[in-house]
Design a protein around this ligand. Sequence first.
Ligand SMILES: NC(=O)c1ccc[n+]([C@@H]2O[C@H](COP(=O)([O-])OP(=O)(O)OC[C@H]3O[C@@H](n4cnc5c(N)ncnc54)[C@H](OP(=O)(O)O)[C@@H]3O)[C@@H](O)[C@H]2O)c1
Length: 332
Amino acid sequence: MPWDLIQLNSGYTIPSIAFGTWTLGNGQGPIDQVEQALANGYDHIDTAQSYRNEAEVGTALHEDGSARGDLFITTKYSGTNGLDIATSIQNSLDNVTCPLISFYFLLSFLSSQCKLTIRSWHIQLGTSYVDLYLIHSPRLAVPDIPTAWREMEDVHVRGQARSIGVSNFNVGQLETLVASAKIVPAVNQILLHPYVYQQQLPILEYAAQHGIIIEAYSALIPVTKRPGGPLDAPLRELSTKFGATPDQILLAWVKAKGAVAVTTSSKKARLQGYLAAGDIALSQDDVAAIDKAGAIGEQRDKAKGTLHKLALGALVGASVFGLCSYFNVRIF
Ligand SMILES: NC(=O)c1ccc[n+]([C@@H]2O[C@H](COP(=O)([O-])OP(=O)(O)OC[C@H]3O[C@@H](n4cnc5c(N)ncnc54)[C@H](OP(=O)(O)O)[C@@H]3O)[C@@H](O)[C@H]2O)c1
């Protein structure tokens, strides 16, 4: 396995690449895609209450038939339907028995034959525990971070999650949490790619100091959503050097930062490529070249943001001035 296991502060290990189900939707599509990922060697599935496809993930896991101990399953508390953490984790697990699962498949089969849709029947993940349970966002930590984290600790104590963590927490929010925590979060899953690396660096540093593993999502944004930036040149050069694609170089960069890569693809070739990226050993100079180009992109984004604000300010000012002149109101 080119992607190593990473040690968590909970005593468990985490596979350092995950297949995510965020944009997969519902129905047979996500079931097929999760099965494709498992068949191609992924053993870490990242889902969430708000992705609304935990049931599809559960179906794929059962159909795949891998031993539970060979899989690493992450889900997240997303505050869906205003439910609390204790109710949400139970709903996500919804550990039904084998006869019930068989009954579900029988119902599914009959419904497909009769062109009926049974939408209300969910088996969810169909497991008694998840490997990792995360608070999806700090805004969901209600009524406050310490109280919500105590509920997460209870989830762990009840054996419903082997490890617990957070997602999208900044340093201040982590400090608030850690100040009253009995259990330090095992991970913080955050947006991480070279165009946001400098702004996320304090979170990475805090995490390293407190034994919290960083999980990086949307690491491919520089090629999927932001092509044409300063990263294009080093990504091209490194792709040539390693005989790899820019996606693979970005995932190798995540690995070089010691983070878990949470990615996804509907395509078998890309899934295999992502796994092969675990073999790419970027040198310190390679990583520095990516960091430098990322920082230039980040500076440009900041400058653009400032220009936008100035332009907006000027527009508002001009409008106010125009209206005052029109209505003969003196403002100076
Ligand atoms: N905690 C959070 O708040 C949070 C937020 C966002 C995401 N996540 C997790 O992270 C996972 C991955 O998120 P993401 O989809 O944003 O990650 P990503 O790894 O940056 O992007 C994966 C997507 O990029 C596409 N792609 C890959 N290479 C490409 C290329 N060369 N050209 C064009 N498209 C390409 C893939 O499409 P194809 O299907 O065409 O290959 C796939 O849809 C999610 O599923 C979720 O589990 C968590």
